[in-house]
Write a protein of this length. Structure first.
Length: 210
C-alpha cells in the first residue's frame, strides 16, 4: 500500500504512521525526520531547510522532492510506503505525480486547532533519534529520557505555541486544499481524531479496509 497521511501539525500523523508501518510491513518516509537529520548534520540542504523551519515556513519544493525521490528508490519501498509530511502543497502533489510517484490513498486525520495547540505544548522529541512522546498521551517510561536510545527529550522550537499558530495558518492556506486534490482522484479517506491513539488507529484501519 502506498499511502499519504494528511492532517495539521500535531494531528498524530507520525505516531499513526509508525503503527501502520509495523502493521503493513512498509517503511514510513517522514520528510520531517529526513530534514531534521540533514539539519543536525549541517548538510547544505539541512542548513537551507533550517532557516525555513525555524521561522515556521515551508521548505521549498525542489529540496523536498529531491530527498523523497531518492528515498523511495531504495529497496525497502518496493512493496509500498507511507509518506508523512509530504506533499504539503498542491504543487508538491502535482510534482510527485509528474515524477511517477503514485499513491493508493490519502488519509486525512481531522482535528481542531484548539486541540492541536494544547497537544503540542506537551510534545517532547528525542534529540538523538527524533522519537516523539507526549507528557500526557504517550509519556516515556523514564521522564525526560527516550525509551529507544536513552537520549534527552526536548521541546522542539517548532512546538512552541506561537510557532504552532504560525504553522497552523500555513497548513490551512497551503496544505488543506490537498483534501480536494485527492478527493477529485477518489483517493481521500477522512478519519475523525479519537480520544486515544488506539481508537484513532482503529478508525484508520477501518477507513483503509485493512
Amino acid at each position: 500500500m502506498k499511502l499519504i497521511l494528511l492532517g495539521a501539525p500535531g494531528a498524530g500523523k507520525g505516531t499513526q504512521a509508525e503503527i501502520l508501518s509495523r502493521k503493513c510491513g512498509i517503511p514510513t518516509i517522514s520528510t520531517g525526520n529526513i530534514l531534521r537529520a540533514a539539519m543536525k548534520n549541517g548538510t547544505p540542504v539541512g542548513l537551507k531547510a533550517k532557516e525555513y523551519v525555524e521561522s515556521g515556513k515551508l521548505v521549498p519544493d525542489d529540496v523536498i522532492i529531491g530527498i523523497v525521490r531518492e528515498r523511495l528508490a531504495e529497496d525497502d519501498c518496493k512493496n509500498g510506503y507511507i509518506l508523512d509530511g509530504m506533499p504539503r502543497t498542491i504543487p508538491q502533489a502535482q510534482a510527485l505525480e509528474d515524477v511517477g510517484i503514485e499513491v493508493d490513498a490519502a488519509l486525512s486525520i481531522e482535528i481542531s486547532d484548539e486541540v492541536i495547540i494544547e497537544r503540542m505544548a506537551g510534545r517532547r522529541t528525542c534529540k538523538d533519534c527524533s522519537a516523539t512522546y507526549h507528557v500526557v498521551n504517550n509519556p516515556p517510561k523514564v521522564e525526560g529520557k527516550c525509551d529507544n536510545c536513552g537520549g534527552e527529550l526536548t521541546i522542539r522550537k517548532d512546538d512552541a505555541p506561537e510557532t504552532v499558530k504560525a504553522r497552523l495558518d500555513v497548513y490551512h492556506k497551503e496544505t488543506e486544499p490537498l483534501k480536494d486534490f485527492y478527493e477529485k482522484r477518489g483517493k481521500l479517506k477522512k478519519v475523525e481524531n479519537q480520544p486515544t491513539i488506539e481508537l484513532t488507529t482503529k478508525a484508520i484501519v477501518e477507513a483503509l479496509g485493512l
